[in-house]
Design a protein around this ligand. Structure first.
Ligand code: B1M
Length: 230
């Protein structure tokens, strides 16, 4: 976004394209400016996130896959994405909803991708969950320690690589070994993950995206609470 651009004079559809381009170019300040302008126009934080940031990251992802972008450029884009997310985070969490459950979430061992996980964290917090985010590259012992410490209702695991997604099964087996599996709803997600895979690793459900994570967590928690009171 060049300095002479007056964002307020630009159509929203065009502004979205500019944000995608700024994200692609790793221009964090400009992405933040664009996000603020969308919010000023009363676009909801959720739509700003999905139409502005996530859609922009999809373009980065496609060009990374096709060898047009490389790790340094993608890192810059990820940084810009995070700067935009930082603006939205408090707004998404600002629903005033009472705490409806607790979650531990982390990216599995060998995997340092955290944007999707952070997004799930933001949406879950916005829906009223207390979320303990244990970060990236977590082995089974770290997940188990966090579950012992926080006694969450829900465990969320994220994996973005086909080489790291099988580790989700190691975590579930670790939970079983420690007698913790039945205490927690296990949800998995990440670009290469799908429902048959979730079933194969012994998770309770696969979540396609952050909003599905929210609805799935709420639904399974309700089922569990109903079963306890029945
Ligand atoms: Co990586 N990377 N990357 N990367 N990277 C992918 C995943 C890849 C698909 C790119 C490609 O080739 N097309 C490819 C994986 C190929 C494969 O395994 N088949 C890949 C590769 C190969 C690599 C490296 C090996 C590259 C290299 O070094 N040669 C390397 C691995 C590092 C490691 O982890 N050990 C690597 C590194 C990186 C960066 C560091 C440069 C950067 C990460 C920065 C960061 O996260 N802080 C990066 C990025 C940014 C990507 C892409 C471009 C974008 C990922 C992203 O943030 N998407 C990605 C391409 C792609 O996915 N199309 C790619 C946006 C985010 C919102 O979506 O994470 O899918 P996503 O999350 C979604 C859902 O999946 C879901 O909700 C979110 C949306 O609402 N979800 C969950 C995610 N986690 C969930 C958990 C839940 C529920 C839902 O729990 C309940």
């Amino acid at each position: 976004m060049s300095e002479e651009n007056d964002l307020t004079a630009i159509e929203t559809s065009e502004l979205l394209v500019i944000i995608h381009e700024d994200l692609y170019d790793g221009l964090a300040d400009e992405v933040v400016e664009g996000v603020n302008e969308l919010l000023r126009r009363d676009m909801t934080p959720y739509d700003t996130l999905t139409q502005g940031l996530v859609a922009g990251m999809d373009i980065v992802g496609a060009d990374f896959r096709d060898g047009i972008l490389f790790v340094p450029e993608v890192l810059m884009a990820a940084k810009a994405m995070k700067a935009g997310m930082a603006v939205l985070r408090p707004l998404l969490a600002e629903t005033g909803a009472p705490s409806i459950g607790t979650m531990v979430i982390g990216t599995v061992k060998g995997d340092i991708h955290d944007i999707g996980k952070n997004l799930v964290t933001m949406m879950m917090e916005g829906a009223g969950f207390k979320v303990h985010d244990i970060g990236i590259n977590n082995d089974a012992d770290k997940f188990i320690a966090a579950i012992r410490e926080h006694s969450p209702d829900v465990l969320g695991m994220s994996a973005l690589l086909t080489t790291t997604m099988p580790y989700m099964k190691t975590v579930v087996q670790g939970l079983e070994k420690e007698g913790l599996r039945d205490r927690v709803i296990v949800l998995v997600g990440g670009a290469p993950v799908n429902a048959p895979f979730a079933e194969a690793v012994g998770a309770d459900a696969y979540c396609r995206d952050a909003s599905v994570a929210v609805t799935t967590a709420k639904a399974l928690l309700q089922v569990r609470r109903n079963a306890v009171t029945a």
